[in-house]
Design a protein around this ligand. Structure first.
Ligand code: 5AD
Ligand code: SF4
Length: 471
């Protein structure tokens, strides 16, 4: 049998891309083995992000570096195929080939199940561009990961349950690149999570652009809400923790949302963190962004979530400098940061995206104003994140041990609130959930000591493969 060829996949952007990258590697597993480096690879796949201009530009500079490797490989008589997948592929299509002729294949996010076929056809001289939204469901045609591949990826996993967006926020490209909102059938997700658990996965994060809008068909013919799906997944043997991201405030209102909020009070496996982007604290800007909720709606949702689970860690996304944003609008954003007291948040300067309504709005905010507001916002967010971390000092909570830490003899795990926690502990505990007492606070992580003997034994099938990876 011939040596498997080498595949290098690099993911940019969100967790949905990380998930898609894994599934692309799985679908090519018959002919390709994944490698950590692009040099020497037979196939390079860049799984791209188009959300902000800088994210898209990064792809072209990466392609510049890949071009040198491809030229060097060709000199040695080794062909190298280069594919661009993801949202830049969807948005720019042919334009990518024009700007970067090094690319052999452009493939949109909804076509990734066609990758093995397309790779077999690519490299014949004419570049292939596949950016249609095909009629078949990619999830039905994607090869599942092998047990070995899943184990090598560790004890936590993402599962895409919902894709696309119908909300059309005026700054956002997602509805154009990922298409309309669809939910995967509940039974397929349950089977996927069962397989992950068999391979040693202990924590699953359900992902989707609007994950709390999930409404997948169940085996009983009824539409399942996210809460119903979470309750079912909590019963899968081996699954200790569940999370979900990213939620939209609009879908935190109504009957399904009430059930989801109740699940935070009732379901021990559902971890106490919710990522609920608000984008701005100003009603005027929220309306211009077409967010479909007000500041008061948002704060009422937060109050209800906190009522269900008092210790909830809340996080958000913010955009500063949306067209028309005044200093008073921005002050309202700073105020909402203080009112909610986030455990963490992502914040961005508004980046006009071609084809979105925001890009052509009047009153674009100058870049220096955006930078200055971003710095003030990030200082406020960091202050609250540090306060949240400080409140953890002295607490004892379960930590799921994920991988070796930075120092010898140290493991890194996650708290229920998603903070990384560094603990001196033997590698045999990877995959175990252990009580840890927090003894110190770093900038990006907590430090702790083992509080007791592990309550849940490490899965012996997981620990050796992870230790061998030295990940
Ligand atoms: N400019 C800046 N930030 C953006 N985001 C989405 N589109 C843009 C844009 N055009 C941010 C939002 C979103 C996160 C994923 O990226 O905050 O929640
Ligand atoms: Fe983009 Fe808004 Fe949809 Fe989120 S809800 S993906 S920000 S359009």
């Amino acid at each position: 049998m011939s040596e498997p060829r080498k595949l290098y996949i690099k993911s940019f952007g969100c967790q949905m891309n990380v998930y898609d990258s894994h599934r692309m590697a799985d679908s090519l597993a018959a002919g390709y083995r994944e490698t950590e480096r692009p040099d020497g690879a037979d196939l390079v796949v860049l799984n791209t992000c188009h959300i902000r201009e800088r994210a898209a530009e990064k792809i072209y500079s990466e392609l510049g570096r890949i071009k040198q490797l491809k030229t060097a490989a060709e000199k040695e008589g080794r062909p190298m195929l280069v594919a661009v997948a993801g949202c830049v592929a969807q948005a720019e299509g042919e334009e990518i080939i024009r700007r970067a002729p090094v690319v052999d294949l452009v493939i949109g996010p909804q076509s990734i199940h066609r990758l093995p076929d397309l790779v077999a056809r690519a490299g014949a001289g004419t570049a292939i561009v596949e950016t249609e939204f095909p009629p078949e469901d990619k999830f039905d045609h994607l090869a599942p990961p092998s047990l070995l591949a899943t184990r090598a990826r560790g004890v936590t996993a993402f599962v895409t349950v919902q894709e696309g967006c119908d909300k059309f926020c005026t700054f956002c490209v997602v509805p154009y690149t990922r298409g309309v909102e669809i939910s995967r059938p509940a039974g397929k997700i349950v089977s996927e999570v069962e397989r992950l658990a068999e391979a040693g996965v202990r924590e699953v994060t359900l992902i989707g652009q609007n994950v709390n809008a999930y409404h997948g068909r169940g085996a009983d013919g009824a539409d399942w809400s996210l809460a119903r799906l979470l309750r079912r997944l909590a019963q899968v043997p081996g699954i200790l923790r569940l999370r979900y991201t990213t939620s939209h405030p609009r879908d935190m209102i109504g009957a399904s949302a009430n059930d989801l909020i109740a699940a935070h009070a009732e379901l021990p496996a559902l971890m106490p963190n919710v990522h609920l982007p608000v984008q701005s604290g100003s009603d005027r800007i929220l309306a211009a962004m077409n967010r479909k909720h007000t500041r008061a709606d948002y704060l009422a949702i937060i109050a209800r979530l906190r009522q269900a689970r008092g210790d909830l860690a809340l996080s958000s996304d913010f955009i500063v400098g949306f067209p028309g944003e005044t200093e008073a609008d921005f002050a309202a954003t700073l105020r909402i940061v203080d009112e909610v007291g986030y455990a963490g948040a992502f914040s961005f300067k508004y980046s006009p995206r071609p084809g979105t309504p925001g890009a052509t709005m009047d009153d674009q905010v100058p870049d220096d104003v955006k930078s200055e507001r971003l710095a003030r916002l990030q200082a406020a967010i960091n202050g609250h994140a540090a306060a949240f971390n400080r409140r953890c000092l002295g607490l004892t909570f379960d930590v799921l041990m994920e991988k070796p830490g930075r120092l010898p003899g140290q493991l890194t795990g996650r708290s229920p609130y998603l903070q990384p926690v560094q603990v001196m502990a033997p590698a045999s505990l990877i995959g175990a959930m252990v009580p840890v007492t927090v003894t110190d606070i770093g900038t990006n992580s907590l430090f702790g000591v083992l509080a007791d003997t592990p309550r849940i034994e490490a899965d012996s099938r997981v620990a050796p493969s992870l230790a061998a990876l030295g990940a």
